[in-house]
Each structure stands twice: as structure tokens, then as C-alpha cells.
Ligand binder design. Structure first.
Ligand SMILES: Nc1ncnc2c1ncn2[C@@H]1O[C@H](COP(=O)(O)OP(=O)(O)OP(=O)(O)O)[C@@H](O)[C@H]1O
Ligand SMILES: [Mg+2]
Length: 251
């Protein structure tokens, strides 16, 4: 179902000592949308993902997901509720195949399994990994050492791994970084398919403006931890505040 709020932040603030990385940030993400988060370096975009996923605890304010407050929950609990992410700096394991990456990442029981042999025996996990592998067109690369693949493919493996948990909300931190134009175009179709076929809601941080402006239905613009603009790409690219803080150099 679309039109409902899936994720909601209310005056979310995160301080690191004297640095205010998120400064009273409030916004809602509607279920089924592909939403972009843009803004200059250091604006607080990655911190936003870190507080949503429970990697960091908010200094003040609230985050709710499907109407339930998730502030203060442990990362594996939040992941288990259907929020998955990828990282700005690719985090793949050395000496592990693509297939193995898809199996170890699946949450089970109370937490996340880091025990490969256990995961290998789980039929449901294997079926899910197989589905995701096919969806991402990685079948031929299943036995390759993931960390030695070209950068664009590593990013794809990371996304596939995030998907094996069967999330509702996917957070992507600069998914296009390191991809060439063709790979970025393919990724765009893939993300639309994920939303259309799996009903995912996608929140993505990206500096590649042509990617963001052509893919996202809605954008939030951050600067110094605050929201300085939001709306459709058409609205945001004409917003004088956004232009001077971020888009000015670009256009
Ligand atoms: N763990 C941390 N400890 C201290 N300061 C941090 C930490 N994480 C982030 N910061 C600071 O918070 C601010 C926001 O950082 P963040 O990584 O969220 O920015 P960003 O918008 O993702 O930037 P970029 O586009 O460069 O990735 C920066 O000033 C950063 O130095
Ligand atoms: Mg970042």
C-alpha cells in the first residue's frame, strides 16, 4: 500500500561532542516511494542513516518506523523489523564469494548470523539468496571472490546482500559512487523494479544529481544537519536556498 508514512523523524538531533551532525531534523518518508537525500559533504546524510539503523543513538528527538518508536533499539532489532542498508565505503568480506555474502547476512533468531556453515544449511536462506542473486543478475559471478570484483559489481553485491534480509525499507548510501554511466543506468532500473515488484521503499543518499533527479520522486536537502528544502526534483532544483547551499556549483 502506498500513501502511508513508513518512516518518520521528529526533531532528530545527533551531536558528537561539539559537532551537531543532525540538528532538529524532521521528515516523513511515504511507503513505496524512492526518496533522495542530498546535501554538501558533512551535511549529516550518513549520520542520518546511522541513527535510523541504530548504529548511533539520537541525542534527542524521535524516529518511528511503521508507527513504532525505534530510537534506542539495537541495530539487529531494527534490521529485523525490515530496515536494511548499504555503506558509503563498501564493506565486503575478504576471501568470501558472492554467494557466501548473500548467506551470512540473513538475520535469524535474535540476531545476525555470522556463522557461515549454519547459514549454508538453511533452506529458506538459500532460496532467498538465490532469488536475490537472480534479481541482481549476479548468477554467473556467484563463486567469485566478491571483494575482487570491479567496483560497480561490488556495490551490486552489497545491495543484494542488504536485500537478502527481506527489508521493507532500503537505505543506500551513495550507491552510484564508483559506477560508470551504464552501471548507474542499470542500477536505476533495478531500483525501480525493487520498488515495483517487491514493494520496497528506498531512501538513498547520492551526490550524482542526474541520477537523483531522474530516479527519485521526492527529495530532502540537508545542510549542517538541518533540512533546507524538500519536494519533487522539479521543486528542489528551483529552490533558491538549495541552489545557493548545494546545487549552485553544479548547474
Ligand atoms: N562518529 C563520528 N564522530 C564524530 N563526528 C562525526 C561522526 N560521524 C560523523 N561525524 C561528523 O558529523 C558531520 C556529518 O557527517 P556525515 O558523515 O553524516 O556527513 P555526510 O553528509 O554523509 O557527508 P559526505 O557527503 O561527505 O558523506 C561531519 O561534521 C562529521 O565529521
Ligand atoms: Mg556520507
Amino acid at each position: 500500500m502506498t500513501g502511508e508514512t513508513l518512516l518518520s523523524l521528529d526533531r532528530a538531533t545527533k551531536r558528537f561532542g561539539g559537532i551537531t551532525a543532525l540538528d532538529g531534523l524532521s521528515f516523513n518518508v511515504t511507503q513505496g516511494e524512492i526518496v533522495g537525500v542530498i546535501g554538501p559533504n558533512g551535511a549529516g546524510k550518513t549520520t542520518l542513516f546511522n541513527v535510523i539503523t541504530g548504529a548511533y543513538t539520537l541525542t534527542s528527538g524521535t524516529i518511528s518506523y511503521r508507527g513504532q518508536s525505534i530510537g534506542g533499539l539495537r541495530p539487529h532489532r531494527i534490521a529485523g523489523m525490515g530496515i536494511a542498508r548499504t555503506f558509503q565505503n563498501i564493506r565486503l568480506f575478504a576471501s568470501m564469494t558472492v554467494w557466501e555474502h548473500l548467506l551470512v547476512a540473513q538475520p535469524r533468531g535474535n540476531g545476525w548470523s555470522h556463522l557461515l556453515p549454519a547459514a549454508m544449511g538453511d533452506k529458506a536462506a538459500r532460496r532467498r539468496a538465490e532469488e536475490v542473486l537472480t534479481f541482481f543478475g549476479l548468477e554467473d559471478l556467484r563463486n567469485r571472490d566478491a571483494a575482487t570484483l570491479p567496483y560497480g559489481l561490488q556495490r551490486r553485491v552489497e545491495m543484494a546482500r542488504a536485500l537478502t534480509a527481506g527489508p521493507r525499507l532500503l537505505l543506500l548510501d551513495e550507491p552510484v559512487a564508483g559506477m560508470n554511466a551504464d552501471e548507474a543506468e542499470e542500477l536505476k532500473s533495478l531500483l525501480v523494479a525493487l520498488r515495483d515488484q517487491m514493494g520496497l521503499t528506498i531512501l538513498l543518499i547520492e551526490h550524482d544529481m542526474s541520477f537523483v533527479m531522474t530516479l527519485c520522486e521526492y527529495l530532502f536537502v540537508l545542510d549542517f544537519g538541518s533540512k533546507i528544502g524538500e519536494g519533487t526534483p522539479t521543486v528542489v532544483r528551483r529552490d533558491p536556498k538549495v541552489l545557493s547551499a548545494y546545487l549552485g556549483d553544479d548547474e
